[in-house]
Design a protein around this ligand. Sequence first.
Ligand SMILES: [Zn+2]
Length: 465
Amino acid sequence: MSDKMEINWLKEVKNRRDEIVYELREFLQYDSVYDEKTRKAGAPFGTKIEAALLHLLNLGKKANFSVRNLEGYAGYIEMGQGEESVGILCHIDVVPPGEGWSSPPFAAEIQNDRIVARGALDDKGPTIAAFFAMRIIHELNLSIKRRVRLIIGTDEERNWECVDFYFRHEEMPTVGIVPDADFPIIVAEKGVLDVEVSIPFHDTSEHPVRLQTFYAGERLNMVPDRAIASLICSHESTEAIKASFDHFIEEHQLEGKAKAENGLLMLTLEGKSAHGSTPEKGINAAVKLAQFLHHVNGLSDPFIQFISEHLRETNGAGLSIACSDDVSGPLTMNAGRFAYTYGEAGTIGVNIRYPVTVDIETFLAGLQAHNHRIMNHLKPSYVEKDHPLIRTLQTVYKRQTGEEATLLAIGGGTYARALKTGVAFGPLFPDEEDTAHQKDESISIDQLLRATALYAEAIYELASQ
Ligand SMILES: [Zn+2]
């Protein structure tokens, strides 16, 4: 096949449909969540992630690609020859599944032509899509000038220790794509800042109602979907608080329950989970619960006061850090983890995503008023719109979808910012619902196949330059 215009990429993908679906479902059955307890040499993030990495590398080996395991921190699957390389950065770790799934989160059942599993969209689905894209180029015997390397990250959802390790030992690809966000093309990614705020303990033992504990959320990059508080109060106030809590959840159309047990009044409130980069799409259970507790008679606690005064708006206005730019839009803020036990300082983990052209120092001034420490910082990333990488992806996208390839900016921190010249490209089409990090995460088989075809042509074009 000499003329590349003759290749019907989608047809090539569809010819392999059953195999692609089979391999993705197999791969999704690994519960590759970070596991502190099983960390060891060769498995720095636990044996669950290690098992998924070995499985994928083995697929690469079976396809006659060269593969390498970098001490369990990362791996790669490579094809072709040449000085320069095209990198595809994906990740195989997943966030914990959480509650409320309609089928077991690692069963990868098919419902209405969608594969339902934690990781289906983020990021095992696109990983398998990119892998098959490479296989198609290989199986069609197409000649390429650059090496193509699928770089497999294993710690994307936590600390990115995987890419740190990888780029300490391996070359930077000439250009790269990251199949871990939205189509068409994401050229700008906001800066990401993880901050922990601590609220000093204040003795409230004389108050009629005392906050004993308050907990919500596991991850800074997820909107907490459940918050639990316990109160110590008299029998009369227990009844009054129960009644007003019922009223509150009805008024706000939320779910929750109040229950007296072991001398404590336990309040549980359900919110709605969402990715930390789009906190406005979720309902922060902790913020809602604090909103209720703020108005409870006889209760006055600085932890609750802080939440209701400073964390209500997801644009950071309450923390005096709100800002915006034309390229990437407004700053967003997600309060993702809350921990308080009476007698100790409370802590709140906050995930901030700031616009690409805004200087961090200018908005950080707003945080100075609070006792905080920076836990993690990813600088913004941005590729100019007339770079050959962008132009190639635009051409391919338009040819296959018939749609204009609009250039996007997001708040999500994808691996693109770990690349010198790289952008996020798919897998979510503009008309698809984003279920990443949510219960019943899923990918439609149609979307999976169309994404595979786009990756195949894009990789081929980029590797032919
Ligand atoms: Zn991801």
